[in-house]
Design a protein around this ligand. Structure first.
Ligand SMILES: O=C(O)[C@H](O)COP(=O)(O)O
Length: 320
């Protein structure tokens, strides 16, 4: 029987599909340091972002026939090396876009109305404090009519743009690849309307946006650092639900402390799973622990997509 280790879990629907196709699926997480020995007993592994599949692990497991990533980012996998070894890496790029986009707006609405701070400070113990808090959150801002800059206009960037346009925001978008500026918005009640974003350079987005959100893959150099924060509109907000390392976190803390940046919403961090204290305790940062894809809907879609990819792969090897 073909054995798959779903080391970071898989939605029950994906597991069921695999089992119905005759696979054995193990969802018990094996600690990273035990994987080089224990993974040898499996034909395939699926991971999310927690488990790392690096060169040494691939070398230790000559029986491995595929690597599945239930999600988008593959920076935790040595993809080129796996391919060199003839081991394909499959990910599920479309399944979680809407969930990530909705989380971006969770952070945007939160930062614009200080929810991250008021959730920490309430309940209060008397009417005076309540009114003090009310005063300290008096200068919230609406999103409607504001400009959202989207750096990285792939599937997730586009899903973010659709929500932004629906909320009444203007959208500036940048990507290294060319893209269509017209989007189809599926509104409630079966209504579909067309709306457009505006193409912009990275510099224009930095200078002209009220809020900037990042949707690029991981790259070594931060996109937002002290220099870029200084060029942004005073009081702008920044969101990162993409990858840690795309924002210089210490520069962000300085920009928040000086008031140059009004708030940040972060789902991803430099040192996952142990983000730095300055970030975790900052009253102007809305925090989530890398949960962009963690919805029932996204995980179900990911499970089905991954199971289908795995079944097709082993069929192509004439093993399933
Ligand atoms: O790249 C992704 O798909 C997201 O960052 C989600 O990662 P996760 O599967 O570890 O939640």
């Amino acid at each position: 029987m073909i054995k798959i280790l779903a080391n970071d879990g898989i939605d029950p629907i994906g597991k069921k599909l695999l089992e119905e196709a005759g696979f054995e699926v193990d969802t018990n997480t094996i600690p990273q340091d035990e994987l080089p020995v224990k993974l040898q007993a499996y034909d395939g592994i699926t991971v999310r972002s927690a488990t790392k599949v690096r060169k040494a692990l691939i070398d230790a497991c000559p029986n491995l026939k595929m690597i599945g990533r239930g999600g988008v980012g593959v920076d935790n996998i040595d993809v080129d090396y796996a391919k060199e070894k003839g081991i394909p890496v499959y990910n599920t790029p479309a399944s979680s876009s809407n969930s990530v986009a909705e989380l971006v707006f969770g952070h945007l609405f939160t930062g614009a109305r200080f929810l991250q701070d008021s959730n920490r400070k309430m309940p209060v113990d008397g009417a005076t404090k309540f009114n003090d808090l009310k005063k300290s959150y008096a200068k919230g801002s609406e999103l409607r009519g504001k400009t959202l800059g989207i750096l990285g206009f792939g599937r997730i960037g586009k899903a973010v743009a659709k929500i932004a346009l629906g909320v009444g925001m203007d959208v500036l978008a940048f990507d290294v690849y060319d893209f269509d500026t017209e989007l189809e918005l599926e509104l409630g009640g079966g209504n579909v309307v067309k709306a457009s974003v505006k193409k912009a350079t990275q510099e224009e987005i930095i200078a002209q946006s009220d809020f900037v959100t990042l949707h690029t893959p991981f790259i070594e150099k931060p996109i937002l650092d002290a220099e870029t924060f200084a060029k942004m509109k005073k009081g702008a907000g920044v969101i990162n639900c993409s990858r840690g390392g795309l924002i210089d976190e210490l520069a962000l803390v300085e920009a928040l402390n000086s008031g140059q940046i009004a708030f940040a919403g972060l789902d991803v961090f430099d040192n996952e799973p142990t983000p730095r204290a300055e970030i975790l305790n900052h009253p102007k940062i809305s925090l989530t622990p890398h949960i962009g894809a963690s919805t029932n809907e996204a995980q179900e879609r990911i499970g089905v997509e991954l199971a289908t990819l795995i079944i097709d792969h082993f069929k192509s090897l004439e093993l399933a």
